[in-house]
Unconditional design. Structure first.
Length: 352
C-alpha cells in the first residue's frame, strides 16, 4: 500500500498511528473530514491479519462515517479507530493508553463503542478523555435505533422497487444475528415478513427461530435464497464477485458496514442485475444519530425523528440514481459531497 497516495485519494485529513510499549498498544485513528464538525466514529478492536488490513479498515470506515453524517444531516465529520489486538487480551491499561491518544487530539475526534468493545471498556477510555460517547447508555445503546433505521430503509426500498407499503409475506434473508440483526428481525416479524436467517452462532439462530418463526439456513446458503430482500447484518465485504452472482433478491438492505468488496465494481454488478442497493452508511445511520444525540443531551423524540429521515433520504437517493443512470452508491456519495461542499462554502462566507 502506497500510504500517502492512498490517503490523498480517499481525502483524509489526518491519520494517527498509536504505539506504545507499556502497555503494548497498536491502534490507528483515521480522521477523514471535519467540514461539518468534529470527526465522530466508534473504535473497534480486532486481531487484524496485518497492519495494512487494519489501516484499510480504518480508512474505509472513517470515510463512510463522513458520508453517513452528511446523508443523515448530523453536524459532525467522519472518523474511525481500530485497535489491533485479540479480544481475549483486553486490559484496563490498554484502554487507558488508547484514551490518552484520543485526548491528544483535543476534540477533533470523538469515539465510542464498536466491535469487541463493551460499555465498561468505553467508561475506562473515558477516564483518560472526555471525547467519548456512550458512557452512560442513557438511550439503551445504539442497536435498537440502528435496527429501526434499517427497517425504515427496507420499507423505502420495498415501496420504490416493489411498489407496495405492505410487508406482509415479504421474504427477507437476514445474515448475522447480533443485537441489530435480532432487533431488525423483530420489526420485520411484527409486520408480517417471512424470515430466513443465518449466523455462526447456533444459539442465536435457534432463538430467532423460536421467537419469530424464522427458517434457519447455513451461512453459505443465505446468498442464493429466493427472497425479496437480502439483509447483510454481519461483517463487511460480503457483496463481491463470488456472492453477487448468487443473489436472487431484488433488494439489498442491511446494517453491516462496508458491504461492497470493491465499491465501484460491485456497485455496478448489483445495478447490472437490477438489484436495488441501499448504501450501508445511509441505512445504518441510526447508531450515529443515537450517539450524537447522547452527546448533545438525549431527547428520544428528536433522535427518532432524525432516524425517520433515513426513509426520505434513501428515497431521494433512489430517485437520483434512476434519473441520472448511476448506481445508488454513487448517488449517495453525490448527495453527501454536495452537503459537505455547501458546509465548506458557508464556513468560507462566515469568515470572509
Amino acid at each position: 500500500m502506497n500510504l500517502f497516495e492512498t490517503v490523498t485519494q480517499m481525502g483524509h485529513e489526518q491519520i494517527l498511528f498509536c504505539h506504545g510499549k507499556d502497555p503494548d498498544i497498536k491502534a490507528i485513528i483515521a480522521i477523514h473530514d471535519t467540514s461539518l464538525g468534529p470527526a465522530m466514529g466508534a473504535t473497534r478492536l480486532w486481531p487484524y491479519a496485518s497492519e495494512a488490513a487494519a489501516l484499510k479498515d480504518a480508512l474505509r470506515l472513517s470515510r463512510g462515517m463522513t458520508y453517513k453524517a452528511a446523508c443523515a444531516n448530523i453536524p459532525v465529520g467522519g472518523g474511525k479507530a481500530v485497535i489491533i489486538a485479540n479480544p481475549e487480551n483486553k486490559t484496563e491499561d490498554l484502554f487507558r493508553a488508547y484514551g490518552r491518544f484520543v485526548e491528544s487530539l483535543k476534540g477533533r475526534f470523538i469515539t465510542g463503542q464498536d466491535v469487541n468493545l463493551t460499555p465498561e471498556d468505553v467508561r475506562i477510555i473515558n477516564q483518560e478523555t472526555q471525547y467519548v460517547v456512550g458512557v452512560e447508555e442513557r438511550s439503551g445503546g445504539p442497536a435498537p435505533v440502528t435496527a429501526w433505521g434499517v427497517f425504515l430503509g427496507i420499507k423505502a426500498a420495498v415501496e420504490f422497487r416493489l411498489q407496495t407499503q405492505n410487508l406482509k409475506g415479504l421474504r427477507v434473508a437476514v445474515q448475522g444475528l447480533g443485537n441489530v440483526g435480532q432487533n431488525l428481525c423483530q420489526h420485520l416479524h411484527e409486520h408480517g415478513a417471512k424470515l430466513f436467517v443465518s449466523d455462526i452462532s447456533t444459539q442465536k439462530t435457534e432463538q430467532v427461530k423460536h421467537l419469530f418463526g424464522a427458517t434457519v439456513v447455513e451461512p453459505d446458503e443465505i446468498y442464493s435464497l429466493d427472497v425479496d430482500v437480502f439483509s447483510p447484518c454481519a461483517l463487511g465485504g460480503i457483496l463481491n464477485s463470488e456472492t453477487i452472482p448468487d443473489i436472487k433478491a431484488s433488494i439489498v438492505a442491511g446494517c453491516a458496514n462496508n458491504q461492497l468488496g470493491v465499491e465501484v465494481l460491485h456497485g455496478q454488478m448489483l445495478a447490472a442485475k437490477e438489484i436495488l442497493y441501499c448504501p450501508d452508511y445511509v441505512i445504518n445511520a441510526g447508531g450515529l444519530i443515537n450517539v450524537y444525540n447522547e452527546m448533545i443531551g438525549y431527547n428520544e423524540q428528536r433522535a427518532l425523528q432524525q432516524v425517520t429521515n433515513i426513509y426520505d433520504t434513501l428515497t431521494e437517493i433512489f430517485d437520483i440514481a434512476q434519473k441520472q443512470g448511476i448506481t445508488t452508491n454513487d448517488a449517495s456519495k453525490q448527495l453527501a459531497e454536495d452537503r459537505i461542499l455547501k458546509a465548506k462554502y458557508l464556513k468560507t462566507m462566515a469568515v470572509a
